[in-house]
Design a protein around this ligand. Structure first.
Ligand code: GLA
Length: 512
């Protein structure tokens, strides 16, 4: 019996052990809760996405959280250790489905997110707290007062910026090579002086809260020295928010320290991009927030050009100078397409009178040479930006410019319009909706710059009468600044064929 009992007990134990282990093996962790999905950016940082999951059996619901924005999860399932869910980012024509797939192991998820048209992003999701998904507590902005003028940028800043061409792929080597090319190509001699590093240079903060550069930029001080040794100046980028637009470390709560660090490193220019500050501050607090950094830059005692980037919100042209701003973006981001460039460029005339020495409207950086537009469209880009006295920040690869790109970016006569010391506003004399756009600008030497732009998709003849542009009964001599040739004009005006999306840009010498 004893033996019998023993033998009858043994299979029961085996069955129990089997059931227990198989249930452990196949039981799924409950994924409900908050998670952070971290994808290495390859420079020592991680791109972080927060999400909340709610699990009911194999069904997963929840939301992705970007600061204060929440996007619901759809098509969520969790089966045999495999997690799947989707989200839709953007709206209307720009809506895109992002797919997340993960394998759950030990309360961690090996995940891949797939965005249409982009390389899948691989990383690990770990549990986090609800608090970690929220922006940090609000630091009250300072009371408003005027920041003294830093006496910089008496003419529109000229140089190069990394974003349009390189975005997250900018590094120390590229910046040095660009600096070399700025000199060897003649860009420096043409007036392009600032070599500006945009987003994605940032590393983490050290134990004292000092910002560091990431592995793409091993030694910022050595880099600024190198660029200075080429007779150029150098700029960088940050945000008043906790994160930059690309998700890197921003200056929030560290403004004074960062201004000091930039000055110590030897930087000459800061682009300060609103980005995640929108999660903390309201639009009507922007002026005070920008004032804060303007003040610290001034106190750093290094001449640092201050570039505001908040996409023109709250009529920044009415207060940008008061916060110490030397230039302020007036629009959203440009892209290398005719639709984008022309929409931005031709919408700037009403605010042109706000540009003045030291304080400029910035309709965004140049796309000339990036390949998405025709030469005529790029000549329109350069002519329009110059008539508008816009900053001329080339956004292409200076190391590999074609002769055509060089001829557009380095047209000295066109640059001279941009840099004209009087900074008189460009005036549009045509109907705002017309495809033939006539623009004039009075220059310091008494001559008049005249742009005849054709926004239509076919060539058209544009007629201008001297009477209509304030030159009645004057003797006019014209030089075509793209043909580099004097052109005959009649006593009462000029008429010429302008190519589709193109421009004829004249300098008119006027006498009685
Ligand atoms: C914003 C700015 C761009 C660029 C990127 C970098 O979109 O408007 O000019 O600086 O951020 O992330």
């Amino acid at each position: 019996m004893v033996q019998g009992r023993k033998y009858s007990f043994f299979p029961a134990v085996l069955i129990a052990i089997f059931l227990l282990s198989s249930s452990l093996l196949f039981a799924q962790t409950d994924l409900s809760g908050y998670w952070v999905f971290r994808v290495p950016t390859g420079d020592g940082n991680f791109r972080e996405t927060f999400f909340q999951l709610k699990q009911a059996g194999e069904n997963i619901t929840g939301k992705i959280m970007f600061g204060n924005r929440e996007i619901p999860i759809t098509a969520g399932s969790y089966k045999d250790g495999k997690l799947h869910f989707e989200t839709t980012v953007g709206t209307g024509d720009r809506a895109r489905q992002v797919v997340y797939d993960g394998t759950v192991q030990n309360d961690k998820i090996d995940m891949t997110s797939t965005f249409p048209g982009r390389e899948p992003r691989k990383g690990v999701a770990e549990r986090t707290t609800e608090e970690a998904t929220k922006p940090p507590a609000k630091i009250p902005p300072p009371p408003l007062h005027d920041v003294p003028d830093n006496a910089l940028a008496r003419t529109p800043p000229m140089g190069w910026n990394s974003w349009n061409k390189f975005a997250g792929k900018v590094d120390d080597k590229t910046v040095r090579e660009i600096a070399d090319a700025m000199v060897s190509s003649g860009m420096k001699d043409a007036g392009y002086i600032y070599v500006n590093i945009d987003d994605t240079w940032e590393g983490q903060r050290d134990a004292q809260g000092n910002i560091t550069s990431n592995t793409k930029f091993p030694d910022m001080h050595a880099l600024t020295e190198y660029v200075h040794s080429r007779g150029l100046k150098i700029g960088l980028y940050s945000s008043p928010g906790p994160k930059t637009c690309a998700g890197y470390e921003g200056s929030y709560g560290h403004e004074e320290q960062d201004a000091h660090t930039y000055a110590q490193w030897g930087f000459d220019y800061l682009k300060y991009d609103w980005c995640s500050a929108s999660q903390i501050y309201k639009n009507d607090e922007m002026q005070a927030v920008y004032q804060k950094m303007g003040e610290f830059l001034l106190r750093s005692r290094r001449p640092i050009v201050y570039s505001l980037c908040q996409y023109g919100i709250n009529d920044v042209w009415t207060w940008g100078a008061k916060v110490g701003g030397n230039l302020w973006r007036t629009t959203g981001d440009i892209s290398d397409r005719w639709e984008s460039m022309s929409k931005i460029g031709f919408s700037q005339f009403d605010i042109a009178p706000y540009a003045r020495p030291g304080h400029w409207n910035d309709p965004d950086m140049l796309e000339i040479g990036n390949g998405g537009m025709t030469a005529d469209e790029y000549r329109t880009h350069m002519s329009l930006w110059s008539l508008l006295a816009a900053p001329l920040l080339a956004g292409n690869d200076i190391r590999t410019m074609t002769d055509e790109t060089k001829s557009i970016l380095m047209n000295k006569d066109v640059i001279a319009i941009d840099q004209d010391v009087d900074a008189n506003p460009a005036r549009r004399l045509s109907d705002p909706n017309a495809t033939a756009v006539i623009v004039t600008r009075l220059l310091h030497d008494g001559s008049v710059a005249l742009g005849l732009f054709n926004r239509a998709d076919q060539a058209q003849t544009i007629d201008v009468k001297w009477d209509n542009i304030g030159l009645a009964r004057r003797k006019v001599q014209a030089r075509d600044l793209w043909k580099h040739a004097d052109v005959p004009v009649s006593a009462d005006g000029y008429s010429t064929s302008v190519p589709a999306h193109g421009v004829v840009l004249l300098k008119l010498a006027v006498s009685r």
